[in-house]
Design a protein around this ligand. Sequence first.
Ligand SMILES: Nc1ncnc2c1ncn2[C@@H]1O[C@H](COP(=O)(O)OP(=O)(O)OP(=O)(O)O)[C@@H](O)[C@H]1O
Ligand SMILES: [Mg+2]
Length: 207
Amino acid sequence: MKVVISIGGSIIASPVNPEYIKNFSKLLSKLHGEGYKLMVVVGGGRLAREYIEAAKKLGASDDYCDEIGIAATRMNAMLLISALGSEAKNMQVTGGTELGQTTDAVAAKLAGKHRARLLIIATNVAGVYDADPNKNKTAKKFDSLTSEQLLKIVGRKYHPGLAAVVDPIAAEVIHRSKIKTVVVDGRKLENIENAIKGKRHGGTVIE
Ligand SMILES: Nc1ncnc2c1ncn2[C@@H]1O[C@H](COP(=O)(O)OP(=O)(O)OP(=O)(O)O)[C@@H](O)[C@H]1O
Ligand SMILES: [Mg+2]
């Protein structure tokens, strides 16, 4: 079973969390041992946002800010690769690849291209809410959504360093390629494993 995981920079590297990265790498190795074909896209987190903010102040263009953001995602991916050691050859681990989109979009496109059974978006909130739960205390979490509903929630605007639970381009790709997607709180690794194995994960299922 092919699974693409978009792992939020917010959880592995804001600030850099070697203990989490080690435990995440152990989970990936275990899943590989159980027969899962894994593709992992690592987000930029605090490093990306700090550098993008500074670059903006220094007059960088949006494209150049994206290049800086992508470099940050690669640094984070390199930490995960370090933790995986020789296991890294058993899966695909990457950072961002394209200007103008977040690592969620890269992950969604990978999932579409390789016809993955599942896309996991592991982030620092419990799932997709009807508003940003960090800004709105009464925001309500969805247990499930259609991809059309997701499109309405995430809107259409992208900018470098965008903080959105699923970015607009990723949502569009999820909608177009009909990829089953689960947004989970990846701070608890159990949630990621449960989402992959079809067990209770507390997140939002999009199909
Ligand atoms: N409708 C929403 N539902 C849930 N979270 C939302 C929503 N809108 C905005 N957010 C925000 O999105 C944040 C998660 O996205 P963010 O881009 O910060 O993290 P990430 O994608 O895990 O990490 P990174 O982008 O660094 O790889 C949440 O902490 C929350 O504040
Ligand atoms: Mg993000």
